[in-house]
Design a protein around this ligand. Structure first.
Ligand SMILES: Nc1nc2c(ncn2[C@@H]2O[C@H](COP(=O)(O)OP(=O)(O)OP(=O)(O)O)[C@@H](O)[C@H]2O)c(=O)[nH]1
Ligand SMILES: [Mg+2]
Length: 447
């Protein structure tokens, strides 16, 4: 029988309330010993003194018992809400260890939930994503996956592989009856391969959801790049002045636009200069252009200085939006190099906050379009899932080739069987200690 584990589920430090979690077979014994209560009702909180092993009252606490049939871990479990004083927390944790509990390892409560079939492995991974989501979109998707959207896809895919396998195996058994090459099976194999492509394609959304999209603001000195950063952030973050070369080093800030996490980088103005500090700043700007997912090329539409050809070349291979700034002033000339004119243009006044909302929606449109980001993302797979799907795809391609060439039904069936088994590693139908160790070590203690 696994031992009973204990952990602090809330951050350690001074707080209004701290939650201590217990899971395992000792739970009811602990409730009797420390709260003098027998047969506690599941899911009903009660107020009690915590009485230590030596009979001392440590704190007045709220206690919540969960019967194993309806608990997170699938074992009898207990939550103790005590006052958030580190002295009290330490005393209770120490005392529960005297009573036979062991301190939990990171993610051990969720690992037990998985091992007791309360959730599958991709739902366990979704728990981690829910806790770490930094923006609403990431949170929304991880919550959907926690409810089982990815698991459902896998079950559906599993059924498809099973029915394919059944049909191929029928050919092995009745090969004498002369079952021949079948278009329907081939179409089914193709459907499966298409589905796998779509699922694997969702992996690239993960980076965007977790790390956000990096957007670099580039252009000439004095074009109004720092003013634009401030307008997007709606605060005076960067220094603005009419002296060209004000921004020497880049400044990076996060904003959320339409639920997307966007990392905006204001850069040093691009111009030929002999000032060594500015030269370094410009070199960093070029690096930022290379690393950015999207560049906003800002010009002062009243004074549009030419960009160097090396910079134009760099930008033309990126995704960009042309930003024509200072429309509040009388327009003199409008100029963007012809190599860049295929990018969308937005006219703004960073100083007077004109056109900023249009620019924000153009940024989001561009992100959606360039990354083929659907309006409603149902699933996003992680690197572990992607590697497994890649193996499944290779096996399916091999099965298709064997089938098409009518080589051997046995070989074809063997590939499909192996593909099915490989798929089982995603939901955790199959697992290895190493794999579980890698997944659960990323969790916090107490989850
Ligand atoms: N009239 C007007 N002036 C603006 C506008 N945007 C910026 N400016 C002015 O242009 C000057 C330069 O603005 P910055 O935002 O510092 O320009 P920058 O591109 O960051 O310049 P560097 O950091 O030197 O590369 C400042 O005096 C701003 O007030 C605008 O939309 N209209
Ligand atoms: Mg600046």
């Amino acid at each position: 029988m696994p031992d009973t584990i204990v952990a602090l589920a809330t951050p350690f430090g001074i707080s209004a309330i701290a939650k201590i979690r217990v899971s395992g077979s000792l739970t009811q014994t602990l409730i009797k010993k420390h709260f003098n209560k027998e047969n506690p009702l599941s899911h009903f909180a009660f107020l009690s003194n915590y009485i230590s092993d030596s009979g001392k009252i440590i704190d007045q606490v709220m206690v919540l018992f969960f019967n194993h049939k309806r608990s997170y871990t699938g074992e009898d479990a207990l939550e103790i809400d005590c006052h958030g004083n580190p002295l009290i927390i330490r005393s209770i944790l120490g005392d529960l260890q005297i009573s036979g509990c062991r301190m939990a390892e990171p993610g051990e409560f969720t690992k037990r939930a998985y091992l007791n079939h309360k959730i599958d492995l991709c739902q366990a991974e979704a728990v981690l994503d829910v806790i770490h989501a930094t923006n609403e979109s990431a949170l929304e998707i991880s919550q959907k996956q926690l409810q089982g959207t990815l698991s459902e896809k896998i079950i559906h895919f599993n059924d498809l592989l099973l029915s394919l396998l059944a049909e191929i195996e029928a050919r092995i058994d009745f090969v004498d009856e002369g079952l021949e090459f079948d278009e329907k099976i081939l179409a089914k194999l193709d459907d499966g391969l298409k589905e796998i492509e779509t699922i694997m394609g969702s992996h690239r959304f993960r980076k965007i959801l977790l790390n956000g999209v990096s957007v670099a603001i580039v252009g000439h000195p004095n074009a109004g790049k720092s003013s634009l950063l401030n307008a997007l952030l709606n605060e005076e973050r960067a220094l603005v002045s009419d002296t060209p070369g004000t921004t020497r080093d880049f400044i990076s800030e996060n904003i959320i636009i339409e639920k997307f996490l966007i990392k905006i980088i204001d850069t040093a103005g691009l111009r030929a200069t002999s000032d060594p500090v500015e030269v370094l700043g410009i070199a960093k700007t070029i690096d930022n252009i290379r690393l950015a997912d999207l560049c906003l090329i800002v010009i002062d539409q009243n004074n549009p200085l030419p960009l160097e050809s090396a910079v134009i070349e760099e930008l033309s291979s990126k995704q960009c939006i042309l930003v024509s700034n200072k429309i509040d002033l009388q327009k003199k000339i409008f100029y963007f190099p012809k190599e860049l004119r295929h990018f969308p243009t937005v006219s703004i006044s960073a100083k007077q906050n004109i056109g900023i909302d249009v620019l924000k929606s153009t940024i989001v449109q561009k992100i959606r379009k360039d990354l083929s980001l659907p309006q409603d993302i149902a699933i996003v797979i992680n690197e572990r899932h992607r590697e497994i799907f890649q193996n499944v795809r290779e096996l399916m391609v091999s099965a298709k080739n064997i089938f098409q060439n009518q080589q051997s039904y046995e070989l074809c069936a063997s590939d499909l069987r192996f593909a099915l088994e490989t798929l089982g590693y995603i939901t955790g139908q199959y697992n290895t200690e190493d794999m579980l160790g890698k997944i659960f070590s990323q969790f916090c203690i107490g989850k």
